[in-house]
Design a protein around this ligand. Structure first.
Ligand code: FA5
Length: 343
């Protein structure tokens, strides 16, 4: 029986050498190990006629033989797999055809930050410094320092968040808070911009948020004129919407400037012809501006008889909406990835 097993083993090993693919390997496996007709099973049938030590000895022999054959089968199988994959599986057994792990999706800049960066670059190229200011602000800098006394009706223009149990502190309603702060700190001449968050107690809709961004700017020097202001604002408008863009200034009341204006630019979509974006007017309203009020210059610690200046405030969030054609402001702070992934 031992000889018989040895013969089967040689036969099996010879057969194994001829195997070219996994199908042939499966057939060989059946030929030798199938329960019904496998050659090994045939030999094992004699087991039932044996007894005692002879049975035990033969049992051990068959098991060793089966284990050895199984190892040979497994080895051949792995060789065939390797061949099939060509050199795609390297020496370390790394299968380079395996599906790749999901790529790490890096974040990117928020559209507001993109436009803010663009404007910061433009203004620094014109010699402006970039300032940052507190979002939790004293009532003094938010209102009094920009010529809005406590009992002045202009306070109603900006519906404010007051801080509970902290009288005289507010979430700033505009970046104009930095007008007096910057003059007090840097004096004159001064050229600065302040991009940043503002807060108003708004019933939100497609154009109004309780939290939004503005970009304030101010120039203080000797002999500053309304023409200087218009020049700067035209430069910004052309930078944002193209060199053919025109700027229209219409009178508007802001307590901290005199005269004050409302700034519109030719609609970049219809080039002034009138469309859905500009509501048929051909113009888009993008900033408020004006010549700095003498009271504000005084509040900044400077002499209004020596220094003049101008200030302007862009609704930065509005600029972003116009640039990308976003028709609901609430999307910008929603954190909705379906929206954010488009930029
Ligand atoms: C001001 O806040 C002035 N401080 C701007 C200014 C600065 C004028 C310097 C003159 C000199 P106003 O309230 O109009 O002005 O706001 C300016 C811009 O902020 C608006 O044109 C608009 O684009 C944006 N804005 C105002 N309220 C909201 C809001 N709730 N949601 C989104 N944007 C807003």
């Amino acid at each position: 029986m031992k000889d018989q097993l040895e013969k089967i083993k040689q036969e099996f090993l010879e057969g194994l050498k001829e195997i070219k693919d996994t199908l042939q390997l499966e057939e060989l496996k059946n030929e030798f190990f199938s329960r019904k007709s496998g050659k090994v099973n045939e030999v094992m049938k004699v087991l039932k006629d044996l007894a005692g030590d002879a049975k035990k000895e033969f049992g051990v022999l068959v098991n060793e033989f089966k284990m050895e054959m199984e190892m040979n089968l497994a080895k051949k199988k792995s060789e065939l797999d390797k061949e099939k994959m060509g050199n795609l599986v390297d020496e370390e057994g790394i299968d380079v055809t395996e599906p790749k792990l999901p790529l790490y999706e890096g974040g990117h800049l928020h559209p507001i930050t993109i436009v803010q960066n663009e404007l910061e670059d433009l203004f620094t190229s014109m010699g402006f410094m970039i300032l940052d200011g507190p979002e939790l602000e004293s009532e003094y800098y938010n209102f009094e320092a920009v010529n809005i006394p406590a009992d002045h009706p202009a306070r109603d223009m900006q519906d404010t968040f007051y801080i509970k149990n902290h009288a005289n502190w507010v979430m700033r309603t505009h970046t104009s808070t930095m007008q007096a702060r910057s003059m007090q700190k840097y004096g004159a001449p001064l050229r600065m911009i302040v991009p940043g968050k503002c807060f108003r107690n708004e019933a939100t809709d497609v154009r109004h948020e309780h939290t939004f961004y503005q970009l304030e700017g101010m120039v203080i020097d000797k002999n500053i004129t309304f023409g200087d202001m218009k020049g700067i604002l035209e430069t910004v408008a052309k930078h944002l919407y193209g060199k053919d863009t025109k700027v229209k200034l219409r009178p508007k009341f802001y307590p901290f400037v005199e005269p004050g204006v409302n700034g519109e630019v030719t609609c970049y979509l219809c080039k002034g012809l009138g469309c859905r974006l500009c509501k048929g007017t051909g113009w888009l309203e993008i900033f408020g501006a004006g010549m700095t009020h003498p009271n504000v210059i005084k509040e900044g610690g400077l002499d209004p008889n020596v220094y003049q200046g101008f200030a302007f405030g862009f609704g930065l969030t509005r600029l972003v909406m116009l640039k990308y054609g976003i028709d609901d402001i609430r999307l910008l702070e929603s954190g909705d990835l379906r929206f954010l992934k488009q930029f």
